[in-house]
Structure formats: structure tokens, C-alpha cells
Write a protein that binds this ligand. Structure first.
Ligand SMILES: Cc1ncc(COP(=O)(O)O)c(C=O)c1O
Length: 398
């Protein structure tokens, strides 16, 4: 791929930015819907979608228009200033989530939404001396020190172990007995992704979430569902818990919530929230009017354009086709998993080179670990684009 001097310079300058990321060898210049374009004019179907952020697609016309208007109106006031943008977002969030989740804390990222959830659990159960939380093997909840304590992968944990609380226990995902075995008098809550994203796209078995809910009710434990990656239509329902017929006590949201602007949200019952005292938690940027306007716009677009339904439809088609060809290619592909437009294809080999080949063929893919390709395209995906993705997946799997 030809990279002009200007863009070689950008790539060179980028090297001093957070060298921990392995970066793409092209410069993303612009996007439109499910498509991204690089400096050389190459077009890609973006199945990365900013790691499940761009559910409404890139540069949605209505989003652009509303954001321009908001820039001219008001960008920032701190959290103690009421604004119509935040009032409207709080109303929206509490309407699209279960009624019992009547309190909302707004922050700026997924990991912050988890940190708030941890503090909400601990403050609600402050009478327990050494409170323990149960999380799951393969879980990913973020990289700050609280959320990292709930994240299972040693690759992320190891250097920071001295600062990670020993009061998190990891159960086997999908195995209710393994959860029961970890419960003690100190257990205060359970934190789960119903579809594990970073861990490799593993969907909770059908009955497991209900069993967990019953267990939490029986033992008076707080159930936190992390929908940072699965939320806002990604799985073919607005939230993944809807697939399983359960409701959380605390719900963590981020990524797609504000159409690409940083935002996290932690929703909880009034009972849990009211036990945290004023000043015990907070953030300067959280819930600012610009981010709230972005979230209002993104959520409206998701609902008005029936993107949840489109994710269900296109996801079903993709999953069926991928499963069909995985049977023919079972010497290469181990398993295809997922719901809606959150799909994982597990190979019998490392996928790094396959992802690079797909890029040359015009499809951007994401890995989850060494052997899983993750497909998380924008929910505006068209029939034509689905065909091309399947075609490219076929080509790289031979
Ligand atoms: C399920 C889940 N929780 C939490 C996070 C952390 O979100 P952030 O990267 O915005 O801090 C992620 C990020 O990938 C995630 O997938």
C-alpha cells in the first residue's frame, strides 16, 4: 500500500503515543456509515467499529447536525449544574432500561462505569467487614485498578497484582455450582458480562443468567451486569440481559452510548444508590452537556432507524453463513459464536495474519486473544456489506 510522505510522517509521530498499542499501518481519514477510508482512498468495511463504539456508523448526518448545534449552544458545565441535555438523557436511559434502575451516575468510559459499580456495591454493603465480589474466568471489565481486579486475564493483571484486591474470586462462566462454591459470608455481589467480549465472544448458556439472578436474590447479593460492549443494540436486543429474561441491580454502560464521544453510565436501584453518601464518588467531566447531547442523538438514531432490529437481522444472517462454512472448514475453524452483530470466529491457528489479509481485501477485523476473530460492525450494516464480509471471511479461511 502506497503511503505518501505526509502520512509516513503521521505514522512516525504516532509511535510516541502510547507505544503499548500495535497500530494499523494506514491512517484513517474519514468514515461513512459502516465504511472507513484511508489516506490512499482505500475503502474498508469497518468490523472493528471502534471496538463496538460506532453502533450508529461513522459520520451519521443527523448526529453531525445535532453536534454542530450543540457546539454553538453549550459544551461544558460541571456535574453540579443541571442541564436540559443531561435531564433528557437521564429520562431516556431510565426508559430503555428496567424500571427498577431509577438512579444514574454518568462518567467517561467503560472502566469508570465499573469503578462506580464496585463502589456502589461496597457502600451498599458497608456493614460487611471484608467484602468479596465474584467475577468470572475470561472476564474483561477494564484496566484501572478496581476494574482490573475483576478482569481475569493474567496478561493484564500480573504487573499490578500487588495493588489488586484479593477479595475477588473467579467462577467458571456458565457453571452455577462453581459460583455457589465461592459464596461465603463475605460475598456482596457478582459482576458478569452476559456475552464475554474480550474473552473471545462466549455467550452465557441459556439458563445460567436466571440461575445467577435467583442465587443473588436468595443470598442477598448485588448482581452487576457489564453491558459496556454488548449494550445499545449490539447483540440484536437493546441490552443483552433481554435475551435471558433477567434484570440486573446495577447496569454498566459505555462504548456506543454517545456515538463515539467518551461516556460511561452506571445505573442502579434507588435502594443501592441512596446508601452512597454525597461526595463519596464523583467526576468532573461526567454528564457534561456536550457528551449528553451526543448520547441523546446516538440513542435516538438507534431507536428511530431500528438499528437493534437491523443488528438482529444482519447478525442472524452472518452467523448462519459463518456457521455453514465453518462446518466445511472445520480443519481451520474451531467454532463460530455470538448474538446479533457481536460474532466470534475461533480458528485452530493464530489470527493475526488472517486479519492482515482481510485488511488487504477491504474488511477490518478485530481479534479477541490469539485465535478468535471478532466481528463488531456498525449496526447500519447493509445486505451488500454482509455479503462482502462473508466473502472475505471465506477467502482468508482457505
Ligand atoms: C465488557 C467491558 N467492560 C469494560 C470495558 C472497559 O471499557 P473502557 O475501555 O471504555 O474503559 C470494556 C472495554 O473493552 C469491555 O469490553
Amino acid at each position: 500500500m502506497h503511503i505518501s510522505d505526509k502520512f509516513s510522517k503521521i505514522i512516525e509521530q504516532e509511535k510516541i503515543y502510547y507505544p503499548l498499542f500495535s497500530k494499523k499501518e494506514f491512517v484513517a481519514i474519514r468514515g461513512k456509515g459502516a465504511l472507513l477510508y484511508d489516506e490512499a482512498g482505500n475503502e474498508y468495511i469497518d468490523c472493528v467499529a471502534g471496538h463496538a463504539v460506532m453502533n450508529i456508523g461513522h459520520c451519521h448526518p443527523k448526529f453531525i447536525q445535532l453536534m454542530k448545534k450543540q457546539l454553538e449552544k453549550i459544551v461544558f458545565v460541571p456535574p453540579d449544574f443541571p442541564t436540559e441535555e443531561r435531564a433528557s438523557l437521564l429520562d431516556k436511559l431510565t426508559h430503555i432500561t428496567p424500571k427498577k434502575l431509577s438512579c444514574v451516575f454518568l462518567s467517561n468510559s467503560g472502566t469508570e462505569s465499573i469503578e462506580a459499580a464496585i463502589k456502589l456495591i461496597l457502600s451498599a454493603k458497608r456493614e460487611i467487614k471484608r467484602p468479596e465480589i465474584i467475577a468470572f474466568k475470561r472476564a474483561f471489565h477494564g484496566r484501572t485498578l478496581g476494574s482490573l481486579a475483576l478482569t481475569h486475564n493474567m496478561r493484564y493483571r500480573k504487573p499490578y497484582l500487588p495493588w489488586l484486591t484479593p477479595n475477588v474470586k473467579f467462577a467458571s462462566f456458565g457453571d452455577i455450582d462453581s459460583v455457589k462454591n465461592l459464596i461465603t459470608d463475605h460475598t456482596v455481589g457478582i459482576v458478569i458480562e452476559l456475552i464475554q467480549g474480550e474473552g473471545g465472544i462466549y455467550c452465557a448458556p441459556e439458563e445460567f443468567p436466571k440461575e445467577l439472578r435467583e442465587l443473588c436474590d436468595e443470598k442477598d447479593l448485588i448482581l452487576v451486569i457489564d453491558e459496556v460492549q454488548t449494550g445499545f443494540g449490539r447483540t440484536g436486543k437493546m441490552f443483552a440481559f433481554e435475551h435471558y429474561g433477567i434484570e440486573p441491580d446495577i447496569l454498566c454502560l459505555a462504548k456506543a452510548i454517545a456515538g463515539g464521544f467518551p461516556m460511561g453510565a452506571t445505573l442502579s436501584t434507588d435502594d443501592i444508590f441512596s446508601r452512597m453518601k454525597p461526595g463519596e464518588h464523583g467526576t468532573t467531566y461526567g454528564g457534561n452537556p456536550f457528551a449528553c447531547a451526543a448520547a441523546n442523538a446516538a440513542i435516538d438514531i438507534i431507536m428511530e432507524e431500528k438499528l437493534v432490529e437491523n443488528a438482529a437481522k444482519q447478525g442472524k444472517k452472518m452467523l448462519l453463513e459463518l456457521k455453514a462454512f465453518s462446518e466445511e472448514k472445520n480443519h481451520v475453524i474451531r467454532e463460530v459464536r455470538g448474538k446479533g452483530l457481536m460474532i466470534g470466529v475461533e480458528y485452530r491457528m493464530k489470527v493475526k495474519e488472517l486479519i492482515q489479509r482481510a485488511e488487504k481485501l477491504g474488511v477490518l477485523l478485530l481479534n479477541a486473544g490469539l485465535t478468535v476473530i471478532r466481528l463488531l460492525p456498525p449496526l447500519v450494516l447493509t445486505d451488500e456489506q454482509v455479503k462482502k464480509i462473508i466473502n472475505v471471511m471465506l477467502q482468508i479461511s482457505t
